[in-house]
Design a protein around this ligand. Structure first.
Ligand SMILES: Nc1ncnc2c1ncn2[C@@H]1O[C@H](COP(=O)(O)OP(=O)(O)OP(=O)(O)O)[C@@H](O)[C@H]1O
Ligand SMILES: [Mg+2]
Length: 234
């Protein structure tokens, strides 16, 4: 099975702080891979290191067979990597339509994708003229995911999409991620273990800036000791 993304032994510093001290990640094409770990483990920094927002000082990031570490974020994104940052990152003063429009990478992206996007998130079609600030938390998160679907992306990095959402909205978000994963490989950072375990085929656990475990999600679900040790969940 081909890996669309491979992260090999990356070390990332933020200022003087050595935040990632050996993160490895292998993401097979067509899969959902969950990145798990406690608060402060280094999950977000791992996504930002792939994107070159916090460039790794050493190690390799390989996308579709090419080494991309050290390239500019704009160039990395243009290879077809979409990013949904944590905390519902949308432009709150812009309308839903404007948020989608400025997410285009090529002319006509939105026109090509809008049917797919509004099928996944029918609420957004209804709210198209409203400013982001008028949306509920769940609707803002849907818009944040939708923005990453506007350009042609082969890989989506989604950071904690369930954070702060009600259970019924989490179910909708899970269904949307399941559907979009039919066309796009997904790396999903999640603290909600139940959600991650229901969506992802594979997992990686990061602890204190290092990859400590990886494998098939079905094996992790059966491994209560590992779950308890690194995730603190039941
Ligand atoms: N700008 C920064 N300056 C200093 N330290 C930082 C900075 N950003 C992150 N860190 C530290 O790096 C470590 C990893 O942070 P990161 O945000 O990657 O964790 P995370 O696994 O995404 O956590 P969470 O689940 O809380 O989102 C944490 O100890 C954090 O305090
Ligand atoms: Mg984070």
């Amino acid at each position: 099975m081909m890996n669309l993304l491979e992260v090999q032994e990356i070390h990332t510093f933020i200022g003087q702080f050595h935040i990632l001290e050996g993160v490895d990640l292998a993401v097979p094409v067509g899969s959902i891979t969950a990145v798990l770990g406690r608060n402060g483990a280094g999950k977000t920094t791992t996504l930002k290191s792939v994107l070159g927002l916090t460039p790794p000082r050493s190690g390799r990031v390989i996308f579709d067979g090419q080494e991309i570490q050290g390239r500019r974020s704009f160039d990395i994104a243009a290879l077809g990597i979409g990013y949904v940052p944590e905390h519902r990152a949308i432009f709150r003063d812009l309308s839903v339509l404007e948020n989608l429009k400025i997410a285009e990478r090529k002319k006509g992206d939105l026109a090509r994708k809008e049917e797919f996007i509004f099928n996944l998130f029918p609420d957004l079609k209804r709210l198209i003229k409203l400013p982001g600030t008028n949306l509920s938390g769940g609707q803002q998160q849907m818009l944040a995911v939708a923005r990453a679907l506007v350009p042609d992306n082969r890989l989506l990095l989604i950071d904690e999409p369930s954070e702060g959402l009600a259970p019924v909205i989490i179910e909708q978000m899970m269904e949307a991620i399941r559907q979009l994963s039919a066309n796009t490989t997904v790396v999903l950072v999640e603290q909600n273990f139940l959600m991650a375990s229901r969506l992802a085929e594979r997992y990686v656990i990061i602890d204190e800036g290092q990859t400590v475990k990886h494998g098939l999600m079905a094996d992790l679900v059966a491994d209560k000791a590992t779950i308890h040790r690194y995730l603190g969940a039941a």
